[in-house]
Design a binder for this molecule. Structure first.
Ligand code: ZN
Length: 1170
């Protein structure tokens, strides 16, 4: 077959499997699956239709004779370099029967515990006992001959060829933004002046320095210049590319916040005689400059259709006439393509249209403001709401001159949210994680399973090193899919098991090439040629494609599963169904807080909702119970007993399980005994005085129990305190905040003993996964207690100062979801790559005993593994690069399976192609994990500096090699990475890398471990929280209010806002919020009566209350953990905590504001370039 073959569009393999419903079981408190919220952001502030992405006529700029710089040139070069990007989309024809390279003759395999994961040549039969565990019939239609009729090749198939032009147009490439003094060309003192640096254009012969003596610019300029509103008072910079300035031109005042493309010239607007050059199309130039109206009061722009005609339009009249215009309006035009700058937007809160130091457009121009040193902290933020109504601009240019995450997210939603993402095209960059889109698998894994930092890999390692762009994939092998998408099909090849390459053991996939009439296939990863097993033989059609192409998921889809044979099982024995063991701390604190009773009550009902396979009537998972303080209590809950029996093990030094029969039981069979036990536990320990606990022996007990039962499983441990009782793994309090910012800070993240690392290794070997629920009232050393959960693929939940009233709802939601969610046990993951690159580094919650295999005792649907790739040879544009992730695991019913995800990427010889196909959210996910691991071994400051340095190198390389020549004073960012600085700053000022005074050592260790397993959507909202103005919500629609940027200056004291980061939800109430709104939302009559002790919003019967609660519920449903609700009143002391999440502002812990950081990055880049 060839990768160029058409892929089917329908699900030809029958209905989606009814299995995999995971925790989404009805009628139990489970939250809905992460939903697919409907077009949350509506049209708010959206780009005007038909206007957003105009493309200026080719050759327009050169013909004007402008000095080539800035976006015009980069756009052109960009366009021309598109070609090589796609030429290589076809795979090279196989060399039929070509001998494999000798170097590969001996497969450098890491040795697996499961020999056949590596060597699939033994073909034992599946015992009959496995049959009941198989999926329902619908999931097994792939046995040759039994496949359903293939869907005919519908016209919507995708070729593995160049993506459609429209897709490419969406990815616009190099509309770099500039921050710099291009417009102003100000003398150095007027430069940005971050720290001691300057943004002013130095050494640019293209600019005429802006001199105060030149007098004030005509106000008209503001209508015609591609300048965005600089965020700084008195700061003479432009923020968008201004490709050229002609000598003699007097630049506009810094406050000219108007881009010509987004703010059309007012017809009849005066044009200063001092500005020779052709008028803009559609612009009449006449009249004295002083008559130019303030753009606040300018007439609204014409409708989009009219505007569209204004711009690129016919060539300017000055093309062959006088020198180019002194203020070329068009060059900034490309900037508009991405819709991120200078967009026509609705009024934004907090922008009054003018600020101190800026000339008043409405009055005769005065002298330009004296050059000022930039002080970003003094950026004023007039509140829109505080302006008289008549001053509110109806339409104006976005004052935000620096890239806005909100705008980028919104643009992607608008551009890519409506069409399904079809995976048939190699190297296609998926929509952002914040965009809701459907995925159609046509040969590559869905981005829900794999996301890459770049979908175009440099062909050589030199290129990769030069760019410093990390090449990594964030893989979520068991990701939950929305109900509209098809779950991976299960393929059963019977006794022979999956077909694999003889040499590299890659699994059959859409990229394997069948040759010799279908008798052999050539491996797409290592080029080795393998005989097709007789049972798998099929003829090829005239295109070289197997005629059963559409009948076989492994030939036509990016993701699918194989039923594993016994060769893939430990000890060549099919696994038993897994077990869950609940291990409850019954020391004084746990009992006193009501926690023990709460857990026992909850388990009575929760046990009926253990994960089930497909439509099985009951779960195959067995359960067991242990309670503990300084000693452990095991319970016999055998169904034949009238009452449960307790067995105490007080010798915790050498843990053993005192009973085998009756410890792990079927819930239905032992229902009454279990219920009795759960009733009795809280009573038995009600009067306990025991405050000390053990911890390691608890894990050992669970491990021993699973060993004895010869099964994998999960321990749910509910623990309250530092384990100081005499026992293995005993810990001491070693918390020391004085270590922060010292070379010893790293010890706070390291476990205090290696005991737990060894224990984790034993747990992984047994398939014993540990989920830890912590309820600390003081330091309990999360860094050490978390080692086993972390290395076994488990989860940690932390509820500091647990209070039954306020925290039980959150805890119970987490527990329910954790118990019910889909999880694979005894898992091993390997990522294979085509020749030229290989996986070199791994991040996540797992254990590795060799350099290739990621082992997890348990892997649930929320966990990701991030894999970094490095070159070991040259890649070719023709063949691209391939990844195959194979996960061997045991399902919740004990079935051994292989889940396969394939992804094909493009390769490039031009750096521009790399930068054009990057995914910044994934890049940040990788960088955060990289940095968070770095703090284990390096001082935090070193980690921060190296992050900054790497990003500066990434951006400097772009500037040097991809952007068109321009003044050094300009900051030019690649389109796909324009949010890299703002997001990177969020990582740098996060609690792990720059803790505030309120952040505990345990918090930092906890966050560090959490982030390491996060997917891209989770890191995105964690580092740049979502901020929604609730008072702007439309109570009659399902949509969310449009998000706003995370800065205090965006908040109005008359509004109520919601901020979420995946762990917490804040509801911030301004001091001037209308009494009626307060009454409707909180049920109290005044601001002062709002209690910030609320953990949920009161249920009130009015539209506003319903709307806000539905928003909170929807957000809760999207996240893998139940977020804690915190009510924050403006000017209340809790506001400090809230402000910590306003990540564009300077933080209390010293973290830079976005503006400051951007300036700093610019300085770093300039240093690298000079
Ligand atoms: Zn191979």
């Amino acid at each position: 077959m060839s990768v160029n073959q058409q892929a089917h569009t329908g699900p030809p393999y029958g209905q989606p499997q009814p299995g995999y419903q995971g925790y989404q079981q009805p009628a139990y408190g489970a939250q809905s699956l992460p939903g697919v919220p409907q077009s949350q952001y509506g049209a708010y502030n959206g780009p005007m239709p038909g206007y957003q992405q105009p493309v200026p006529p080719q050759g327009y700029f050169p013909s004007l004779g402008f000095p080539s710089k800035g976006s015009p040139v980069s756009l052109n070069s960009d366009t021309s370099s598109l070609a090589p990007n796609f030429i290589g989309s076809l795979r090279a024809l196989p060399t039929s029967g070509a001998p494999p390279p000798a170097s590969g003759a001996s497969h450098p395999s890491g040795h697996l515990a499961y020999s056949q994961f590596e060597h699939g040549d033994v073909q034992n039969g599946i015992p009959a006992s496995a049959a009941p565990m198989q999926r329902p019939p619908a999931s097994q239609p792939f046995l040759p001959g039994s496949a359903p009729t293939p869907v005919s090749q519908i016209s919507t198939f995708q070729q593995y060829g160049p993506p459609p032009a429209s897709v490419q147009q969406l990815r616009n490439h190099m509309a770099g933004m500039t921050i710099g003094s291009t417009a102003a060309s100000a003398p150095p003192p007027a430069g940005l002046g971050y720290v001691s640096g300057s943004f002013s254009a130095t050494g640019s012969g293209l600019h005429t320095p802006y001199s105060a003596s030149q007098g004030p610019p005509p106000a008209t300029v503001s209508e015609g210049l591609p300048l965005a509103q600089p965020p700084f008072p008195g700061h003479t910079v432009s923020t968008q590319r201004l490709p050229a300035q002609v000598p003699g031109f007097t630049p506009p005042p810094p406050s000219t916040g108007v881009g010509p493309s987004s703010y059309p010239p007012t017809t009849g607007a005066p044009r200063p005689p001092a500005m020779p050059g052709p008028p803009l199309p559609g612009q009449t130039v006449a009249g004295p400059p002083s008559s130019q109206p303030n753009h606040v009061s300018s007439p609204p722009p014409p409708p989009p259709s009219a505007m569209a005609g204004l711009h690129p339009g016919p060539p300017m009249s000055g093309l062959h006439g006088p020198p180019p215009p002194t203020h070329p309006p068009q060059p900034g035009y490309q900037m508009q393509q991405n819709g991120s700058f200078g967009q026509m937007r609705g009024p934004q809160p907090n922008y009054g249209g003018a600020y101190p130091g800026a000339p008043n457009y409405g009055s005769p121009p005065g002298p330009p403001p004296p050059p000022k040193r930039l002080d970003p902290d003094s950026i004023p933020s007039p509140q829109l709401n505080e302006l008289p109504p008549q001053q509110k601009p109806r339409h104006r240019i976005d004052p935000d001159a620096i890239p806005s995450p909100i705008q980028v997210i919104e643009d992607d939603r608008n551009n890519r949210g409506s069409e399904p993402f079809v995976t048939g095209v190699r190297g296609q960059v998926p929509p952002l994680v914040t965009t809701n889109f459907l995925v159609k698998d046509q040969g590559n894994a869905s981005p829900r399973y794999i996301r890459c930092t770049s979908y175009n890999i440099p062909c050589t390692s030199d290129m990769a090193k030069q760019s410093q762009v990390p090449l990594a994939a964030v893989i979520k092998p068991l990701a939950t899919l929305p109900p509209e998408e098809t779950l991976p099909y299960l393929v059963d090849h019977g006794e022979s098991g999956p077909v694999r390459c003889n040499r590299c053991k890659a699994y059959m996939c859409p990229f394997m090439q069948f040759i010799e009439g279908g008798r052999r296939f050539q491996c797409c990863f290592c080029s080795c040629v393998t005989e097709v097993p007789p049972h798998y033989f099929q003829h090829l059609d005239h295109t070289g494609k197997r005629v059963d192409f559409y009948d076989r998921p492994e030939l036509s889809l990016g993701s699918y599963e194989f039923l594993a044979t016994v060769d893939y099982c430990k000890n060549n024995k099919f696994p038993s169904p897994p077990a869950f063991i609940f291990m409850i701390d019954v020391s004084y604190n746990a009992v006193k807080s009501g926690l023990v009773r709460l857990i026992c009550e909850e388990l009575k009902s929760l046990l009926d909702y253990l994960p089930r396979e497909g439509n099985m009537e009951e779960s195959a998972i067995r359960v067991g119970f242990v309670t503990y303080n300084k000693v452990l209590h095991f319970y016999n809950v055998k169904s034949s007993l009238a009452q449960p029996q307790m067995m105490v093990v007080s010798d915790v030094a050498d843990m053993f399980v005192p009973l085998l029969d009756g410890f792990l039981v079927n819930v239905n069979e032992s229902r009454t005994v279990i219920a009795s036990l759960l009733d009795q536990i809280p009573e038995m320990f009600a009067d306990t005085r025991e405050t000390e606990t053990v911890f390691a022996p608890v894990i050992q007990a669970g491990l021993e129990a699973l060993k004895a039962a010869e099964c994998a499983g999960k321990l749910f441990i509910f623990h309250t305190s530092l384990p100081i009782a005499e026992a293995p793994g005993k810990l001491k309090n070693r918390d020391d905040r004085k270590l922060i910012n010292t070379d010893k800070e790293k010890t706070l993240f390291q476990p205090q003993t290696s005991f737990y690392n060894n224990l984790a290794k034993d747990c992984v070997a047994q398939g014993c996964c540990v989920d830890l629920f912590l309820f600390p009232n003081q330091y309990l050393d999360v860094a050490t207690l978390g080692v086993v959960p972390y290395q076994t693929g488990g989860s940690i939940y932390k509820y500091a100062y647990f209070q039954l009233e306020t925290d039980q709802y959150r805890f119970l939601n987490d527990l329910r979801r954790d118990v019910q969610k889909e999880v694979g046990f005894d898992a091993v993951m390997r990522v294979r790559t085509s020749t030229g690159i290989r996986a070199t580094d791994f991040f996540g919650a797992f254990y590795m005993s060799n350099t290739t295999d990621v082992e997890m005792a348990g892997l649930d649907c929320d966990k990701t593994i991030t894999v970094e790739f490095k070159h070991d040879d040259k890649l070719s544009e023709d063949s691209g690069a391939l990844l195959q992730c194979a996960l061997l695991y045991t399902s919740c019913a004990g079935q051994r399976r292989l889940r396969i995800h394939n992804l094909s990427l493009n390769c490039c010889t031009q750096l521009a192609d790399l930068y054009r196909n990057c995914e910044t959210d994934t890049l940040i996910n990788y960088l955060a994990k990289y940095a968070y691991r770095g703090v284990l071994s390096s001082p935090v400051k070193t980690v921060r500096d190296s992050l900054i340095n790497q990003c500066a190198q990434i951006l400097a390389c772009y500037r040097k090699n991809c952007a068109s020549p321009s003044s050094a004073g300009q900051l030019i960012l690649p389109e796909c990475m324009k949010l890299l600085p703002v997001y990177l700053n969020c990582v740098l000022k996060s609690d792990v890398l720059q803790p505030g005074p309120e952040v505990t050592t345990d918090d930092r260790a906890y966050i560090r471990q959490l982030v390491t397993s996060m997917d891209v959507a989770e890191t995105n909202v964690f580092f740049y929280p979502r901020l929604l103005p609730l008072t702007k919500a439309d109570v009659d629609s399902d949509s969310l209010p449009a998000a706003i940027r995370n800065s205090e200056e965006r908040l109005s004291k008359g509004d109520i806002y919601l901020l979420e980061n995946g762990l917490n939800v804040f509801v911030w109430v301004g001091v001037s919020v209308q009494q009626g709104l307060i009454q409707n939302l909180f049920g109290v009559s005044s601001f002062s009566q709002i209690s910030n002790a609320l953990s949920t919003l009161p249920v009130l019967e009015n539209p506003f209350s319903k709307k806000v609660r539905s928003i909170v519920d929807m957000l809760q449903g999207q996240r893998s953990r139940y977020m804690k609700l915190i009510i924050v009143k403006q000017e209340d002391k809790l506001e400090m905590l809230f402000k910590h999440f306003l990540v564009e502002d300077k933080s209390l812990s010293g973290g830079a504001s976005y503006v400051d950081f951007l300036c700093h990055m610019h300085k770093e880049i300039r240093q690298l370039l000079s």
